[in-house]
Structure formats: C-alpha cells, structure tokens
Design a protein. Structure first.
Length: 256
C-alpha cells in the first residue's frame, strides 16, 4: 500500500520498459523542482569534466533528461524511439567513427547496460585521446546497501561475479551495484582490460537528496524550498561519503 501511494501518478501502473514511461519522466523531472535541481547539479558536474576542442559529445540514454540545455549540439540518444533524441542506438554498437567524440556522458545508464565490457570497448574506440566517459551512477556504501536492497525497484546485487546482466527489458534489466563492481571491487581487472580508459575521478555523492526527491518514479518527500538545507547537510557530511553516498560521479579519460 505504501509503495502504491508513493508511486508517481503519471507513471503508476505503466511498464518501465514502455517508451511512454520515459516520455512522461521528462515531464516529471521538469515539474518536480527539487528533482530538477539535482539534475542541474549533476549536469554541471559532468560538463565541467568535458574537454574543449574538436569532437561531438554523445549522451547515452537521454531518457527524460535535459542535458542538451548545457551542451550545445549534444548527440542525444536512446535505445528506442522517443521525443527529443537524435539517434536510436545500442550501447554495445556505437555508430561513430574511431576517435570522433570528445565525450560520452550518461546519467543512471551504465547499470542498465547488459554487456558493459562491450560498451567500454566501444567507448575506447569512439572517444578521442584526452576525451572522457563521464557519468553519474548508483554507488555501494553501507547506507546505499540498505536503501537499494530494501526500497528500490531495480535489482541490486554487489556480490555477482559477472559484469553482464541477465536478459530483460531495456530499462527493467539492471544491477544498481554494477558501477561499483566495475570501478571499485574489480578495479584492477578494469585497469588491466581497459588500459586506455584511465580512472580520473570517483566521487561518492548525495546520500539523501535523490531519495527525498522521489526520483522519477515516486512522489517527492521534500518541498523545493528545503533543497538548499539538504545540500548544506550533505556537504557537512562529505567526510562520511564513503559510508553514506548513494551515487558516484565517475570520470574515465582516454589516454594512449
């Protein structure tokens, strides 16, 4: 009953893999002012890591986002047809020439990719030298283990041995622990298998605000006016981020 009440009315009862759900989430992000401010903060953090110079920027899994407001000529993409995207593509088969991109960016996407190794190989091929793969993804800490395992609708398995996901729908297939598995638990394996993608940044962030916002599928639990208070609270707790964070900003830089 509680989950039913908390579910956002626009998407309640819709299949998460239905493209209509993704379209409605764009409206949800714009209308939920607390959530929209989170996305603005994430987008600014991503943009700050993009190199200047030649090459396009691909956003993988644009969904209901609005990163194009921050990156001119952004190549927006999704795995199915959806408004406000330029390219329909699969992350394991990027339709771009070698070294033609200065960046690949994503927000809450990597943990949905069924074959992350193939994506990382494709990203290495498509991103130019000094280009980046920058993302905001779920992260594993003591606090997030409790939240993701008990309250989140997506699968969460930090103990799984493989980086691959079992076959499911494009959005219902997931493992919220996957970014942590690749870049923290299995970091030595990643560095050995992808030596051209240097880990430049892993910054655990945001223990409370996204949860309070309700995300894109739940009602908001905090009024917009409280955003600054919760941001200040999180900044005061930055020393505890390794234990409390629910997300991480991750930046990989292509080197030769």
């Amino acid at each position: 009953m509680l989950k039913t009440w908390l579910a956002h009315p626009l998407t309640r009862g819709l299949d998460i893999d239905d493209p209509r759900t993704t379209h409605l989430r764009r409206q949800i992000i714009q209308e939920k002012k607390f959530l929209r401010q989170i996305y603005v903060e994430w987008y600014r953090a991503i943009v700050a890591r993009l190199p200047t110079g030649p090459g396009g920027v691909l956003e993988l899994g644009t969904g209901g986002g609005f990163l194009s407001d921050f990156v001119p000529n952004l190549i927006t993409s999704e795995i199915f047809c959806s408004p406000n995207i330029r390219v329909v593509l699969d992350g394991s088969r990027l339709p771009f020439a070698d070294s033609c991109l200065r960046g690949i960016v994503m927000t809450n996407v990597l943990h949905h990719l069924p074959r992350s190794r193939i994506f990382l190989a494709e990203a290495t091929r498509c991103v130019r030298t000094d280009g980046v793969v920058a993302m905001i993804e779920p992260w594993v800490t003591r606090w997030s283990r409790f939240v993701y395992a008990k309250f989140h609708h997506e699968p969460f398995d930090p103990g799984i041995s493989t980086w691959d996901l079992p076959p499911r729908g494009p959005l219902s297939g997931a493992n919220d622990a996957l970014p942590w598995i690749i870049f923290s638990r299995d970091r030595l394996t990643f560095e050995k298998d992808f030596p051209q993608l240097q880990i430049e940044l892993i910054k655990p962030i945001m223990p409370f605000r996204y949860l309070l916002s309700g995300g894109v599928s739940m009602r908001s639990l905090a009024p917009p006016w409280s955003f600054r208070f919760w941001r200040a609270m999180e900044r005061a707790l930055e020393g505890w981020s390794d234990r409390l964070a629910m997300f991480s900003q991750i930046v990989l830089r292509r080197v030769d």
